[in-house]
Design a binder for this molecule. Structure first.
Ligand SMILES: Nc1ncnc2c1ncn2[C@@H]1O[C@H](COP(=O)(O)OP(=O)(O)OP(=O)(O)O)[C@@H](O)[C@H]1O
Ligand SMILES: [Mg+2]
Length: 271
């Protein structure tokens, strides 16, 4: 069953849910509304462990909404309500009584605009760690150094740990935000257009970092850049007017998509 919207036949969300290996997060039959306006329609999506999954699609198709559902950030929007189920192993993310602090520790988020706290570089990374555990000073120092190294920014900041995070360049700020996210040892890192405010060199550094990060974490990234999705991701989901219309291995989506709609989008013929 498909619908015609504005003269365009809009396919239903796909039920193609195969991935290799372990599934870290499973989204099933997710419908979501902002007030009475529906933004997601029957979206199901498996997120494979230790892989990069990218979400692509035209502006307003629901990529950020779907990403924000993965750690219940949409709960912060009062008019937002949803149906469907998201699970992470035994944990039901969408359960009414789910522990949102714990969920957001296990599933971290990096935003479009680098948003360091107005605190020192050291405190930016240490803040979340202190919220969840009671490390000694030595333990905290070690976690901060390790996180900054994993985010490939240690060499640039190790001699200025007490400078403000906001004093760094945009690309450095974004890597600092990634260090802040990984310091609490999440399982999954969500990134919403993490390079859109960055120049090509800073973008290349983040892309390289994403490929490193997937060794230890599961990454989900929203991007408007087809070349970025093709370079960094193992799986790609193509969204269209609130539906996840095609999902599969990135190589397949970019070389031989099932839908003409997907082909038109990835070759830049709309959106
Ligand atoms: N806080 C909100 N309140 C009301 N409607 C919203 C809200 N956030 C998103 N929407 C609506 O939900 C739909 C999907 O928006 P979303 O931001 O998820 O799209 P997107 O694919 O991330 O777009 P973009 O590529 O422009 O970032 C849009 O119609 C948008 O107007
Ligand atoms: Mg968005």
């Amino acid at each position: 069953m498909s619908e015609t919207i504005g003269g365009e036949v809009v396919p239903d969300s796909t039920r193609q849910l195969d991935v290799d290996g372990e599934v870290d997060l499973m989204i099933e039959d997710l419908d979501l509304w902002y007030g009475d306006k529906q933004a997601l329609y029957g979206v199901s999506l498996p997120i494979a462990k230790n892989s990069v999954t990218s979400l692509i699609g035209p502006s307003g198709c629901g990529k950020s909404t779907l990403l924000r559902m993965m750690n219940r950030m949409n709960d912060l929007i009062p008019i937002c309500h949803y149906d469907g189920k998201i699970t992470m192993g035994e944990t039901e993310i969408t359960a009414k009584d789910a522990d949102l602090v714990e969920i957001r520790k296990r599933i971290g988020m990096v935003f479009q605009r680098p948003n360091p706290f107005p605190k020192s570089i050291y405190d930016n990374v240490g803040y979340g760690v202190k919220l969840h555990t009671k490390p000694t000073r030595e333990e905290l120092d070690a976690i901060i150094e390790k996180s900054l190294k994993r985010a490939a920014i240690w060499d640039e900041v190790s001699d200025r740990m007490h400078d403000l995070g906001t004093s760094l360049s945009g690309g450095q700020q974004q890597r600092l935000c990634i260090a802040r996210t990984i310091a609490v040892e999440p399982d999954i890192i969500l990134m919403d257009e993490p390079c859109s405010a960055l120049d090509p060199i800073a973008t290349a550094a983040i892309e390289e970092l994403i490929l490193e990060l997937k060794k230890d974490f599961t990454v989900v990234i929203v991007t408007h850049s087809m070349s970025q999705a093709a370079r960094v991701s193992d799986y790609t989901g193509f969204m269209y007017i609130g539906r996840l219309v095609e999902f599969g291995e990135t190589d397949k989506i970019f070389s031989d998509p099932e839908l003409e709609l997907t082909k038109r989008y990835i070759t830049g013929r709309f959106g």
